[in-house]
Design a protein around this ligand. Structure first.
Ligand SMILES: Nc1ncnc2c1ncn2[C@@H]1O[C@H](COP(=O)(O)OP(=O)(O)OP(=O)(O)O)[C@@H](O)[C@H]1O
Length: 464
């Protein structure tokens, strides 16, 4: 028996018992321990159902809120396409019909084993010590990155704003690449490419190829042979060089500038850009054929504002880095709340610089207090408050009113959203959430209780 790990299984009363038993035997043979309890699922798992009821959809929606859960929904009989899409939208990662598959239990075991392998890598130091954060958005990207690194050599396109960690992610994909022996990770910044040198940075050149080419030189493509070529800011590459790069990616051949000899090459290509290449393509600034060659797998690094729950652990990481100690220095509650709520146009890089500055101003002992923040931050905080509620807020309220929403329903929708956001950002800690929401801890617990009940009910096989 091979070591597989643990998965969960929930089974509706209308799913055939013999199929369920067959699956349990298969998972056992694959080395997967199965959690059949009524508790809240953790990790990868399977929900077996006869009819796609609204309870099933609610169950999937609740699971989707948990970043560590991935679900395959399996119907006893064929599901129509519309129903399959609805289940995917609700939160399932895959939908199968038991009676339409040749070996459904083998398929499920193989998929769960793959997910368990990815989760084990995600939890390992190679990933966790480099890219900090545990938000749903970040974990989804990391999972996809681990999968493409380990199980394919597809070209990867990483998109996202400045400072979101695109280069960090590219290096991770290179390091997880199982190809042996390990070759180089070569970075080529497309903003620094000089078109007049005909891409000599990429292709290399022969001696005398252009004025100033005193010696022959290897380009980035030759240096990346057998390894990874990381083309940063690919959206800035001039159109003429895009055509030359296309041939390299398509045919695996290139010529050094000033040479007639075709050379063969083989490397993993990872590109990054802060631009929207689809718009660039539509507006004629980026070649469509090149886009499809480089975008085998597109990974979007989320902005820090989309994953505020990662801010406390990033702050700790940067404080440790700045102070050279593993001891966690407590943040004053006001500093914590300010850092979590602040807007970060420069994303993680901006947060890192801010924390580095605070570490340098901090005088121990005791927590880090508001006075440690740069003076410019206080001015920014006031501007932020003055601008709220803003146009987006008004538009949302107007829409809700236009749909006939009552004031009571609006109030409860706002409260519901605020509870959800703060609980996610505070990792479910009711004390900290209560403090931020300025309500009693009991109120937060009651909110959770209402939702927890739904989760427990839906986790119960009798209710499916
Ligand atoms: N998840 C993370 N955990 C720890 N540090 C991070 C994380 N994401 C980004 N950083 C840090 O933020 C900084 C910017 O990261 P990186 O250079 O990878 O971003 P980028 O998206 O490539 O930026 P740019 O587009 O401006 O080149 C680096 O100091 C990096 O270490």
């Amino acid at each position: 028996m091979m070591a597989g790990g643990q998965a969960w299984l929930r089974c509706g009363a209308d799913f055939p018992g013999d199929a369920r038993s067959e699956l349990l035997v298969k998972l056992d043979h694959a080395g997967i321990a199965v959690d059949l309890s009524d508790g809240v699922p953790v990790g990868p798992g399977v929900v077996l159902f006869g009819e796609p009821t609204s309870d099933l959809h609610d169950f999937l929606r609740l699971l989707r809120l948990r970043q560590d859960v991935r679900t395959i929904a399996v119907s006893a009989r064929g599901v129509d396409v519309e129903c399959a899409w609805a289940l995917l939208r609700a939160g399932a990662e895959d939908v199968l019909a038991w009676d339409a598959c040749e070996e459904p239990s083998s398929m499920l075991a193989a998929r769960l084993l793959r997910w368990l392998e990815i989760d084990a890598l995600l939890a390992g130091p190679e990933v966790r010590q480099r890219l900090r954060g545990h938000s749903r958005h970040l974990l989804a990207v990391l999972r996809a990155a681990v999968e493409v690194a380990k199980f394919s050599d597809t070209p990867v396109l990483i998109t996202g704003g400045t400072g979101t960690g695109k280069e960090l992610l590219a290096r991770l994909i290179h390091d997880l690449d199982p190809r042996q022996p390990k070759r180089r990770f070569v970075v080529c910044d497309c903003t620094t490419i000089v078109p007049e040198l005909s891409g000599s940075e990429f292709f290399g050149h022969e001696r005398g190829a252009f004025t100033g080419a005193i010696h022959a030189r290897e380009g980035a493509i030759a240096q990346a042979e057998g390894g990874t070529l990381f083309l940063d800011e690919i959206g800035e590459l001039p159109l003429r060089l895009q055509a030359e790069l296309l041939r390299v990616v398509q045919e695996g051949t290139y010529k050094r500038v000033g040479s007639n000899q075709w050379l063969h090459t083989n490397f993993r290509l990872i590109c990054a850009t802060h631009r929207d290449l689809i718009t660039e393509r539509e507006e004629g600034r980026f070649r469509e054929d090149l886009y499809y060659r480089i975008a085998g797998c597109v990974l979007r690094m989320p902005a820090l504002d989309e994953r505020r729950e990662d801010i406390p652990s990033l702050v700790n990481t940067f404080l440790e880095e700045a102070m050279g100690s593993a001891a966690v220095i407590p943040l004053d509650a006001a500093v914590h709340d300010y850092l979590v709520a602040r807007h970060y146009p420069g994303n993680v890089r901006e947060l890192r610089q801010l924390v580095m500055y605070m570490a340098h101003r901090y005088v121990p002992p005791g927590p880090i207090t508001l006075g440690t923040l740069p003076d410019t931050e206080a001015a920014g905080a006031l501007v932020g408050l003055g601008e709220w509620p803003d146009e987006d807020w008004e538009r949302a309220v107007r829409m809700a009113l236009a749909h006939g929403c009552s004031l009571a329903a609006l109030r409860s929708a706002v409260a519901e959203t605020a509870y959800r956001i703060v609980l996610a950002e505070e990792d479910g800690d009711t004390g900290r959430s209560a403090r931020r929401l300025k309500v009693s801890q009991r109120a937060v617990q009651q909110y959770l209780h209402g939702h927890g009940d739904a989760m427990a009910d839906l986790g119960n096989e009798r209710s499916l």
